[in-house]
Design a protein around this ligand. Sequence first.
Ligand SMILES: [Zn+2]
Length: 324
Amino acid sequence: MVQNIMLFGYSKKISVKCVLIIQVILLSLSKGANSHFGYSESNQRRWGKHHGHCFGKLQSPISIQHSKSVPLHMPAIDLIGYHNLLAHPLKLMNNGHTVSVTIPKFSKEDIEGGEFNPYIRGGKLPGVFEVEGVHFHWGDRNNRGAEHVINDIRYTMEMHIVHRNKKYEKLADALEQKDGAAVLGFFFTLDDSDHEGLAAINKYLPLIENSNESVYMNSTFTLSSLLSHIDLDKFYTYKGSLTTPPCSEAITWVLYPEPLPISSKQISRFRQLQDSIDGALVDNYRSLQPIGNRRVFVRSVNVHHTQLSKLENEVSYKKWDWFF
Ligand SMILES: [Zn+2]
């Protein structure tokens, strides 16, 4: 009898082990090479082994210095449909590297009824870009987390709103092109009160604490609610890349320097998430990349220009290239 029980226990252990092994195999098959990357310094140096673009000359993030950026009169970025409720259901996922909100396309009927996915144009954007998703980069401590450094400040968190050039149908195809995508970057700094717009996402984080967990949000929200009331007239823009493998050099970056607020309770929910390898999903930001021969433009909003200088600026706006 005792033997039987032991045998039963043993075989049960084996079967649990087998199931685990099969799960791990299935997981690694489904994840593919793309999602195997870590953020430790040695891991980051290896990104380029499987993704050659990561060794490219137009990589992101970079450190932006106002004094070194080129002031340029250019149109603001039009955020069209940012005040409209997004199509739903919205899927929120912990993919082991970040938390992402995937924004679905409206159905044909909805589009005929006047709905549309938010899109952006203006600035030095090479076209019209439709929203694809939102994700975040954050730190284990308040003095780190953002990817871009602005005037020597590394903020607590950075939010990326990813857009696909509308002339390409799929994001994967767009990322093969120089003008394929545009990312709006926003920074967060610690504040006493909650960021109300962010609460729509934040409240779901405890449901996706583990890597590869996802949840469908039971309500939708507007992109503008995530942006609080910051000044959208001033921004930096430059040509760069995805900040995760495959590091595609397809991104026109637009970075807004005025930070958004986030409470310590809200940031702690991000820090409680788990990744697939090391445990806590924190410090998911890439190290700074060389600027090389790139120019960073800053939108100059000098209202005191004459008609003549306006004309000159128009010329210079077209003439100024992204590169030296
Ligand atoms: Zn990002």
